[in-house]
Each structure stands twice: as C-alpha cells, then as structure tokens.
Design a protein around this ligand. Structure first.
Ligand code: DAT
Ligand code: MG
Length: 173
C-alpha cells in the first residue's frame, strides 16, 4: 500500500532521451514543478530489471523489442543506460505523468515531453523518451525495483534491517 509519508514517483530518462541529449532539458522542465529529487542515478539496465519493470506487458507482441529498447540495445554501448530519478511532492505522480504525455508519442500532447520529443520507429517501437509512474501502486512498486532504501534521501516506505552474508564488493583502489 502507498504510504502517507509523501507522494513519490519514478522517472526514467530512457536511452533515446539520453542519445538525443535531452537530459538537461527534461530536468529543467521537471524542476519547474518544484518537486524535490530524493534519488538519482545512472543505471545499466539488466534484462531482469527491464522485464520486471514491464512485467504487465510480458504477453504483448512488442515486449521483446521493448526490453531491448529500455536497455538501449538499438543505440550502441554508450547509450545502454537510463537516468533514474525519484521526485517527491504533493501530486507528483499525476503532475509528472501529465508532463510526460500519452504513451503513444504520436498521440501525446505536443507540448508534453513525449509529444515534443518522442517518435515511433519503423519497427513500431514507441521511443517516448521518458517513463513516469502512472499510479501510487505503480510508483511504489517501481521505486522499490529501481532503488534501495539507502539510495533515497529521507524516508519513503517502511524498511527493515537485514544482515547479508559476507560478499565481495568493489572499493576504490
Ligand atoms: P506508459 O509508459 O505510458 O506507462 P505502458 O505502461 O502501457 O505505458 O507501456 C510501457 C511502454 O511500452 C510504453 O512507454 C511504450 C511501450 N508500449 C506500450 N504500448 C505499446 C504499443 N502498442 N506498441 C509499442 N510499444 C508500446
Ligand atoms: Mg506504465
């Protein structure tokens, strides 16, 4: 269940948005909402993460292309990443969703991010530049999928302490 600690939403600047050099432009637009950023990172998207994120579409014919798209596979290694952000504030979910625009970039309002910058490829992939959570349930599921509690500034959802078995991690040499 969504918590009362504040409304948070997941934004992904997708690989086509990064390739088109739209990151700054999108962040500027979103900053005008005055919502605060409580998490941000660049992510190399694994197949597992992509499939979990789009689990509701797994039976669609476009699913395999969608998974490759969110991983940036069509664009080359330097674009195989997304910029993941969590915005928080009153009404953040519907407001940012509205700014993102409709799923189909050809049908999206022309001043929305998807309407202004998205396209449908000749293969039928919706290159719609940005992801924005569409409901409180989706937002919570997606934020928990993309971010650990330690990567979020402040509290969003209840946490628990766990002790992990010893494992190797990378440190700066
Ligand atoms: P949204 O991203 O607006 O929440 P969604 O969750 O229904 O939309 O779908 C996720 C992504 O899948 C969407 O951003 C683009 C792709 N997609 C959805 N419907 C599609 C279709 N009919 N053809 C091609 N891609 C589609
Ligand atoms: Mg969706």
């Amino acid at each position: 269940m969504p918590q009362q600690t504040g409304e948070a939403t997941l934004v992904l600047i997708k690989p086509d948005g990064i390739k088109k050099s739209l990151t700054g432009n999108i962040l500027t637009k979103l900053s005008e909402t005055r919502f605060i950023i409580v998490g941000a990172k660049v992510v190399r998207v694994t197949t597992k993460l992509a499939e979990a994120h789009y689990q509701h579409l797994k039976d669609k014919p476009f699913f395999p292309d969608l998974i490759k798209y969110i991983q940036g596979k069509p664009y080359g290694p330097q674009y195989e990443r997304v910029f993941a952000l969590v915005y928080k504030g009153p009404g953040a979910i519907p407001k940012i969703r509205e700014m993102a625009g409709a799923t189909n970039p050809e049908e999206a309002d022309s001043v929305s991010i998807r309407g202004a910058y998205g396209r449908i490829t000749t293969k039928g992939v919706f290159e719609n530049v940005i992801h924005a959570s569409s409901s409180p349930e989706d937002a919570e599921r997606e934020i928990k999928l993309w971010f650990s509690p330690e990567e979020i500034v402040g509290d969003l959802y209840p946490t628990k302490k766990v002790t992990l078995p010893a494992r190797e991690v990378l440190e700066w040499a």
